[in-house]
Design a protein around this ligand. Structure first.
Ligand code: G3H
Length: 266
C-alpha cells in the first residue's frame, strides 16, 4: 500500500527564524492531531524543502521529528568548478533525504532541459547514500489547450527512463504539477489531476508492474487545506507538492490533516 507524502516546497522564501517556527510548529500540530499509536509513527510522510542555505538548520531541527528534509535542486556533479552549485554529498550531509528534480520553475526560468533533468536524476540513482529524487513533470497552459498534456508528460518521463531505465525509478517520487495551476490559485480538478496520474502510473506499470503500483505520485498546483482531501481521495494521487500553502503552519497542517484522514486508503 502506498503512503501519502505531504511535501512543502518553500521556493525562495524563509530565513532561520521562519525555518524554526515552521518545522517546530508543523511537528507540534501534526503530533497533536495524531492518535497515541500514530504519534510513534505517523500514518503518512511529511517533507519540507527549504532553500539550500537553510538546509543545515532545517536538518538539525528535524532530526528527531517526524519530518524529512529535501533540497529544491542539486548539481549532477559531485564536486568541481561549478560556481553557485550544490552537490548531492553536500545536501546529504545536511540531512536531506529527498531532492526536487526538474521543477517547472527550474525548467522555465533557468532553462533546464529534459536532458539536464535526466542527468540530475541519474546522479541521485548513482549516489551511494540515499537521496530520493522527486521528479517534477507537467504541461503548460498552451500545451494543455493543444491537447498535448500526455505527450509532454511522457516526453519528460522518457528522458529520465532513457537515462536510468525503469529500475532507476524504483523508490523515486513523481510530482505532477500542471504549470498553469502553480501559484495561480487555479487548481486542476480532482478528475483532471487523476487522469494524468493514472496515465503516469500506467506508463510506469507498462514497463514494470510493481514499480508502477508502488511509486508515489504527488499532485502540485494550488493545493490548500480546502481542496486537499478531494484531490488526495483520487485513487492515483498519493499526496501533494505544496508551494504557497506550505509557508504557514496552519496552511500546511491543514493539508496534512487530509492525508491523516485518508491514510490507509492510498
Ligand atoms: O512545488 C510546488 C508547486 O510549484 C506548487 O506551488 P503552489 O502550491 O504555490 O501552486
Amino acid at each position: 500500500m502506498r503512503r501519502f507524502l505531504v511535501a512543502g516546497n518553500w521556493k525562495m522564501h524563509g530565513g532561520l527564524e521562519m525555518t524554526t517556527e515552521l518545522i517546530s510548529g508543523i511537528s507540534r500540530e501534526v503530533l497533536n492531531m495524531a492518535t497515541i499509536s500514530e504519534q510513534r509513527e505517523l500514518a503518512y510522510d511529511i517533507l519540507v524543502c527549504p532553500p539550500a542555505v537553510l538546509l543545515q538548520h532545517a536538518g538539525a531541527l528535524a532530526k528527531s521529528l517526524p519530518i524529512s528534509i529535501g533540497a529544491q535542486n542539486v548539481s549532477p556533479h559531485t564536486s568541481g568548478a561549478f560556481t553557485g552549485e550544490v552537490s548531492l554529498p553536500m545536501i546529504a550531509e545536511m540531512g536531506c533525504e529527498y531532492v526536487l528534480i526538474g521543477h517547472s520553475e527550474r525548467r522555465e526560468l533557468f532553462h533546464e532541459t529534459d536532458q539536464d533533468t535526466a542527468e540530475k536524476f541519474a546522479a541521485c540513482v548513482n549516489f551511494d547514500k540515499s537521496v530520493v529524487p522527486v521528479l517534477c513533470v507537467g504541461e503548460s497552459l498552451s500545451e494543455r489547450q493543444q491537447g498535448q498534456t500526455e505527450l509532454v508528460v511522457e516526453r519528460q518521463l522518457n528522458a529520465v527512463i532513457d537515462a536510468v531505465g525503469i529500475q532507476g525509478l524504483d523508490g523515486a517520487v513523481i510530482a505532477y504539477e500542471p504549470v498553469w495551476a502553480i501559484g495561480t490559485g487555479e487548481t486542476a480538478s480532482p478528475e483532471q489531476a487523476q487522469a494524468v496520474h493514472a496515465f503516469i502510473r500506467a506508463k510506469l506499470a507498462g514497463l514494470d508492474e510493481n514499480i508502477g503500483q508502488r511509486t508515489q505520485i504527488l499532485y502540485g498546483g494550488s493545493v490548500k487545506s480546502g481542496n486537499a482531501e478531494q484531490l488526495f481521495s483520487q485513487p492515483d494521487i498519493d499526496g501533494g507538492l505544496i508551494g504557497g500553502a506550505s509557508l504557514t503552519v496552519e496552511g500546511f497542517v491543514g493539508i496534512c490533516r487530509a492525508a491523516q484522514k485518508l491514510a490507509g486508503h492510498a
